[in-house]
Design a protein around this ligand. Sequence first.
Ligand code: ADP
Ligand code: MG
Length: 635
Amino acid sequence: MGIIHLLDQQTANSIAAGEVVERPSSVVKELVENALDAGATTITVEIAGGGILSIAVIDNGRGMASEDTLMAFSRHATSKIIRIEDLDTIGTLGFRGEALASIAAVAKVTLRSRQQGTAMGDEVRIEGGQLMHQGPAGCPEGTSIQVEQLFFNTPARFKFLKKDSTEAAAIAETVERLILSRPDVSFRLLTNGQELLHSPGNNDLLSAIYAVYGRKQAAACIPISGQSSPLQISGYIARPEGAKNNRSGQTVLVNGRWIRSRTVTAAIDEAYKSRLMKGRFAFTAIRIDLPPELVDVNVHPQKLEVRFWKDGEVFSAVYQTIVSALNDHAGILPSDSAENEDSREAPPVVVTKIVKDENLSVSDRTGSEYARNTFNEPDKQSLEYHNYVRPYEHHDGTIPIEFSSSESSLPIKEPVAAPQQVREQIELHNVNHSAALMKASELVEARLIGTLFNTYIMLELGDELIMVDQHAAHEKIIYERLRDAYRDAKHRRTQPLLIPMTLTVAPSELILLEAEQAFFEAIGFTLEPFGSNALIIRTIPDLQSARIDPESALRAALQSLIKAHPADHQAVNELLYQVACKAAVKAHDHLSALEIHQLIADLAPLENPYTCPHGRPVIIRMPRLELEKKFKRVL
Ligand code: ADP
Ligand code: MG
């Protein structure tokens, strides 16, 4: 007798739910995406108990016809595509018709919906896939869905849920991503009755960034824009000072969808590479728009990844756009920027303070951080459905459904700051910043004060004290000149040695050097083996005013070559940098005034004179005001 049979619908739906509904935040994502697909402009998400106990999503979208409310819960029931080809031109976030069926299979769901322009709405209640109730209902236009007791009938899945505050934080993060991807929609997130996020929906990405990350982060942003047909790149990135300790500040939107992309992440990292210290990550909100047929959105169960038609094109478009924006906005770092970096990641203010202090808005913290750190919700173990007395429970064991969108007891506050005001504030800050932006080229005008500790060149320019790390500066000049020579033969200049130098090396090193002849020639060294343990240097790179120590440079190159082959771009960069570092003047070398002027003149026209290839600052400045504060001349 055969043993294969078709699964019943409830079992099939529960299995499918495993893919779509991983945790409360995935429910929020699916429901909000549905609201967006229904054209909503205002979406409220209200959760209790980390979303495990209850999630309500209320929208003002077009609503559903009463014939559709039940149908919406069937598996593979969708209004968004008809056949597979439609996926090539998909304009909606959903398309699989799985979400509602999956959610209803593992929770208790109440849907109320009223189509725009109709008199009456419809209500459907489904518990664990079983229809409990359907009938007309008085409700506002739009749709509200409440999902309660997630995984009440799948204890194994329930056990994998994290603490309420962790689940709440994941939900906040989901809503943050939605806010960033749809600045034209006003989102509100309430958790246990408290407003955590509220975006203005004024179709301005910068205001959305403000709503999610707060004022300081928004103020560190610069706009980006680039075109490389068929790609359009836009959005905002933070100057290097606005970097974070992790990738949580990296938003990538492809055709309005928040996604993760290795290609784009790599392009971001590469563009910021010499501007950030190790362990720091760029803050970005990048929009990539391209014709829908050039991107496959159906490659991930939660639609968090996409496949581009050509990764290389996307990489270089993103890279170029970021680099050019960073170059435009690069300047001498203020001396306190290092401290700012750390205070930015300080622990969040406590909840009581936020509630009491009118001036301290939730938006000074990001919602997800805030949720993770400040909610003293009961742990979900205490919500275990078997023994937990639910606060909302009636005597008869049913839970009254109360959506708070229209009949809310909470007054709806305006988003944290009036949108226009937000923009103006931020623009003002950016204008101030660019006025205050000091370019290295201005330094040729500066007055030389002297050298401090034989290490830092001190200059006075306008109302600023400028300090240049002489070793870092020299290193950067040599690095860029060597790199230019390596990239393009027309920048290559060699200098013959009147008396060729002989260098003693180990036979193994000699083999290495011979194998990499091409590299050394590209940067200007002409080397010849001399016996089995020596070589002759006939020419060295001519770096004009920047003199180098050829022996140290070669020994440094050898050291690097032993570790890595200059086959890839990364390794060549590091190799050039090692050579530059060893060939440059040491920190404690005494430089004459003439040499200092030459160094500053050489530094000024570099592509990036501000940071070394590892992201450490080369030049910093301290405004007069800061000194005056230290001397208490001003307070
Ligand atoms: P999908 O979004 O992939 O189509 P879902 O299971 O998420 O699948 O939803 C099924 C259908 O229910 C949708 O295609 C849509 O027609 C309808 N629907 C779901 N949520 C809403 C909503 N908030 N407003 C209007 N219609 C909705
Ligand atoms: Mg959907």
